[in-house]
Design a protein around this ligand. Structure first.
Ligand SMILES: NC(=O)c1ccc[n+]([C@@H]2O[C@H](COP(=O)([O-])OP(=O)(O)OC[C@H]3O[C@@H](n4cnc5c(N)ncnc54)[C@H](O)[C@@H]3O)[C@@H](O)[C@H]2O)c1
Length: 363
């Protein structure tokens, strides 16, 4: 069967570690073109993966127009997702866009509608939905074993975890700070586990109180003068069915927080995710006693391998190229990113005005 021909725009952290690393070894796909404004970054990935037959571009429009490319992977800073995705779609390419889909709801909706009207696929980089633990929790919800799920916590509160490379601190290029970095993952995970994607109101606050506290960061210190975004965001989000989600997102905060630790609560049971691999922990009542358990995961005979943070990237990439090859929708679609962007936009607006922001449009 013919391989899906792919081109990657942005060969930095996620471009290299998720997209190029998969495409360089994939049986069902072939990396035919890469693009980056930084020639040295492209040379590095060519060397790291022994890419002998790949075209290089410094202008993304040329990669989008490359007739051999079927799938364009947008792995650049958030503020470029819209224009690059639109350019690729206009060139009749399927697009896999890294998270967040866009930095405004208007742009996100236009991207989704353009893809839909053109009959093209639009994928989105929420690979954590593939975690075995997340699938287990979601299936408990679907089977009614959590009861009525009326509360969730979307947590990506890092004690210290400020990304100091690239454009993360640049308001225009990144769209914001932690809210457009870690929060999209935790919001998406929480809504996905709850199976509830319709936010109707948001009260939010943002802070940049830690922007001068550069010590102890795993990715090194930064220049506080260049720090233009929020380091922390909190929000209370009400969903259409009355359920609420509390968002807690921080690049730097003095508590023992960690990414991937979102939780949901229902009338019969609750569940949370522990650690980088998001191991599931279920809280319930059995035989009149409070019980907390973690489901057994593989290795077991005849089961799929356990999927955590390391494996989820490859699994999502494989799903994406198979979706193109088999002409089906990918597991995570561009449209799934719209409620996340709606919420984040509303958090900024609520923080600015001090008012509750109401979200009227459902997508
Ligand atoms: N799915 C995930 O878990 C995950 C993890 C990290 C980052 N991301 C997302 O991936 C995107 C990139 O993040 P990153 O950490 O890889 O950033 P990065 O800075 O490491 O890489 C971005 C690359 O884009 C290149 N670039 C910038 N402008 C360009 C342009 N006009 N044309 C071509 N190339 C250009 C840069 O030179 C750089 O090499 C962000 O949107 C981020 O939110 C997703």
């Amino acid at each position: 069967m013919a391989k899906v021909k792919c081109g990657v725009i942005g060969c930095g952290w996620i471009g290299e570690l998720k997209h190029i690393s998969y495409l360089a070894k994939a049986e069902e796909a072939e990396l035919v073109a890469i693009c980056d404004i930084d020639q040295a970054v492209m040379e590095k990935v060519i060397k790291n993966f022994g890419l002998t037959n790949v075209r290089t571009y410094t202008d993304y429009r040329k990669l989008c127009a490359d007739p051999e490319v079927e799938s364009v992977h947008v792995c650049t800073p958030n503020g470029l997702h819209y224009e690059m995705t639109m350019c690729a779609l206009k060139n009749n390419k399927h697009v896999f866009c890294e998270k967040p889909l866009a930095t405004t709801t208007k742009d996100a909706v236009e991207m989704v509608e353009t893809a839909r009207n053109a009959g093209l696929k639009l994928g989105l980089g929420h690979q954590r939905r593939f975690f075995t633990s997340v699938q287990y929790i979601r299936s408990m919800v679907d089977r009614g074993e959590m009861g009525e799920v009326y509360f969730g916590k979307a947590l990506d509160a890092r004690r210290r975890g400020v990304p100091t490379w690239g454009a993360y601190m640049d308001k225009e290029k990144n769209g914001g700070g932690i809210l457009y970095d870690g929060a999209p993952h935790s919001l998406d995970l929480t809504m996905y586990m709850m199976n509830n994607f319709r936010p109707v109101s948001v009260q939010g606050k943002i802070f940049d109180k830690m922007k001068g506290e550069t010590a102890g960061n795993p990715w090194g210190p930064w220049d506080p003068e260049k720090f233009q975004v929020e380091d922390t965001g909190f929000a209370l989000i009400t969903m259409e069915n009355g359920a609420v989600i509390y968002l807690e997102a921080a690049w730097a905060i003095n508590m023992l927080g960690i990414a991937n630790s979102s939780l949901i609560c229902g009338t019969k049971a609750g569940a949370d995710l522990q650690g980088e691999n998001g191991v599931a922990r279920i809280n319930t009542i059995v035989n009149d006693r409070m019980v907390t358990f973690s489901p057994e995961y593989p290795p077991m005979p005849n089961t799929e391998p356990y999927i955590g943070e390391l494996e989820a990237n490859d699994v999502q990439m494989q799903d994406w190229v198979e979706a193109i090859r088999d002409d089906r929708e990918p597991f995570v679609q561009g449209k799934d990113g719209i409620p996340v962007v709606q919420i984040i936009e509303a958090v900024y607006e609520s923080a600015r005005t001090g008012e509750t922001v109401y979200i009227k449009e459902a997508y």
